[in-house]
Design a protein around this ligand. Structure first.
Ligand code: G3H
Ligand code: ZN
Length: 281
């Protein structure tokens, strides 16, 4: 069932829970996420990044339409989100294809330019009823150099949200994108300080590198949306590789993809539980 990201974030924030947002690239990954969410009877945010759309030849329609259709026919309550878009045009296209939220990422700009660009995006989003997530304090590991030392300044976060009207805020608290090992420790003081000053839901990026207990603690400290991508790829590609190596004569891709889809659903089920259990202490 397709629902809005706004409703899922509000629901999670009111319950003091986190909501997982999973990045998908292929149809099989999308199916695994929805299957696991339906099985666990947990809501979920399905997200597709600008990067993933570039992989699909730069056309947002096929993958987003597939996501909208799959969500629509799944018993899971799920929303569709455009992740890490540096292009307002792409945000507009995603909204036309069923996304109820977008992340407009101008965090590479300095504070004033980030505010100006994000403000323009928010004005568009409000006209369309789209929830807009912005980022302040560039989170490391987005293809460029890792910058694990960067932290969002809580006072700046308050000014940023006031000045832009952003509806959700991604903050730099120590996580780094694309980590294949789960060893990251977060700066929970920063999460708590931003939480105390900012009303909108806070978003953790690069969650794949963060261990279970630390993810749960981050939600208790005030994170609402937990973005997870790489951990899904690790499970999916790992199982696919295993299958292909042990079935050298097989040319039908489906048995390998089936195994990979099942491995992905397992990690999704686990992470849905981790994010939820955060409220229970
Ligand atoms: O926006 C997507 C997330 O930040 C995913 O990061 O691939 O490191 O889990 P990750
Ligand atoms: Zn991210």
């Amino acid at each position: 069932t397709l629902v809005s990201t706004r409703s899922l974030l509000t629901e999670a924030a009111n319950a003091g829970e986190g909501i997982a947002a999973f990045n998908i690239i292929t149809l099989e990954q999308l199916e695994a996420v929805l299957h696991a969410a339906a099985d666990a009877d947990r809501p979920v945010i399905v997200q597709v990044s600008e990067n993933a759309i570039q992989f699909h030849l730069g056309d947002p329609a096929p993958i987003l339409r597939a996501a909208t259709a799959a969500i629509g026919s799944s018993p899971a309550r799920a929303s569709l989100h455009l992740d890490h878009s540096m292009s307002l045009e792409l945000c507009k296209a995603a909204a036309r294809e069923g996304a109820s939220s977008v992340m407009f990422d101008a965090s590479h700009l300095d504070f004033r330019d980030n505010v100006a660009a994000t403000r323009e995006a928010v004005l568009w989003a409000e006209g369309e009823g789209i929830l807009l997530e912005a980022e302040l304090g560039a989170i490391g590991g987005k293809g460029g150099a890792h910058a694990p030392g960067i932290r969002t300044d809580p006072g700046e976060a308050r000014t940023f949200v006031e000045d832009t009207g952003a509806h959700a805020l991604a903050i730099a608290v120590g996580s780094v994108h694309a980590q294949q090992e789960r060893t990251t420790r977060l700066d929970r003081d920063v999460i708590e300080a931003v939480r105390a000053l900012v009303d909108v839901p806070l978003v953790l990026h690069g969650s794949s590198g963060v261990p279970d207990d630390e993810l749960a603690a981050a939600v208790r400290s005030g994170i609402t949306k937990v973005n997870i991508g790489t951990a899904l790829n690790v499970a999916f590609t790992g199982r696919l590789r295993e299958h292909l190596v042990s079935h050298e004569g097989q040319s039908d891709p489906r048995p390998g993809l089936l195994a990979a889809r099942e491995a992905l659903a397992q990690i999704v089920a686990h992470l849905l539980d981790v994010v939820r259990s955060s409220s229970q202490s």
